[in-house]
Every structure is written in C-alpha cells, then in structure tokens.
Design a protein around this ligand. Structure first.
Ligand SMILES: [Zn+2]
Length: 173
C-alpha cells in the first residue's frame, strides 16, 4: 500500500465530474487500499479518488473515531444516493483537500446509498449521523463539488485565497 499525495484546492481535478467505473478491475482494489492508507495517515474519515488525482467514482471512508472500537474501512464504487430524509443536520465539516478550514454545512440527516463493493456485489445501506455527512461530502467530490461551495461567496473566496497561499508556501519549501 502506498500513501498518495492529496491534492489541495484549488485544483481543476477537484472540479471535475468523475467517470463511472465499469466492473471491478484489479487496479480499483489496489487504488482503494492506497486511498484507505492515505486517509488513515492524514488522518481523515473519508477520501474520494479525485483528491488523489484519479477522476473516477470511488470513495473510501471510516467514521469510527473511537480508538477503542474496531475500524470499519469502507470502499464505495459508483455510489448513488437513492433516498434522503427531510430531516436535516448540521456538522462542522473539514476536508483533506482544504486543510485546517472548517465550516458548518447543513445536509439531510439520513441518506440511503447504493454502491458496488470491491467484491463486485451491489450494496445498499442507510447512513445517519457522521456517516451520513461523510458519505454526502465524499459523493459531492465525485461531482466536482466541495463543502465550501455551500458557503457564502465571501467566505469561500477567503478560504480559497488561504489555500492558494498555502500551496505557494509548500511549493517554495
Ligand atoms: Zn473533502
């Protein structure tokens, strides 16, 4: 497994609508392993393929934050939200592509998601709490959407400028 570099916003690859994955090629299993390794290392609770520059519809997540509990690594190929609750919940979100910036985002509190697992089987599950927020945030990535797109333009521009500065500093280092 390899830890891959995570793209930092702004980057055109983070704005792309990602391509569906056909079947479950061996490379996808390998890519999912790399993504999980990269996510745990960051550390983060979710990572979408475009964040490491692969514009395909794959995301990984594990929202078990309590170190006492067993990890639950998940890899979702071509995930689709099939139902969203009218109930909404607000979480302070962050993103590995937008380091150290957090903002409240309101989303449906519960969602049902269908996807293909790494063994090729179709899966469906209802997510709530942090899992619901995370899976919606990551599916947004597959459509070229970031959590800052939900914020007021001024706040979004402020964060984008901070990220541009961070990238210049990292390029110089
Ligand atoms: Zn993100």
């Amino acid at each position: 497994m390899t830890i891959r570099p995570i793209l930092i916003h702004p980057d055109p690859r983070l704005k792309k609508v990602c391509d569906p994955i056909t079947g479950v090629p061996v490379e996808i299993g390998k890519l999912a392993e790399d993504m999980l390794e990269t996510m745990y290392d960051a550390p983060g609770i979710g990572l979408a393929a475009p964040q490491i520059g692969v514009t395909q519809r794959l995301l990984v997540m594990d929202c078990v934050k309590d170190p006492e509990l067993a990890q639950r690594p998940m890899a979702l190929i071509n995930p689709v939200i099939t139902w969203s609750s009218e109930d909404r919940s607000t979480y302070e979100e962050g993103c590995l592509s937008i380091p150290e910036q957090y903002a409240e985002v309101e989303r449906p509190a519960v969602v049902r998601v269908q996807w293909t697992a790494l063994d090729g089987t179709r899966q469906e599950e209802e997510f709530s709490g942090l899992w619901a927020t995370c899976v919606q945030h990551e599916i947004d990535h597959l459509d070229g959407k970031l959590f800052i797109d939900y914020l007021k333009p001024l706040k979004r521009q402020m964060i984008t400028r901070k990220m541009e500065k961070l990238k210049r500093e990292r390029a110089r280092a």
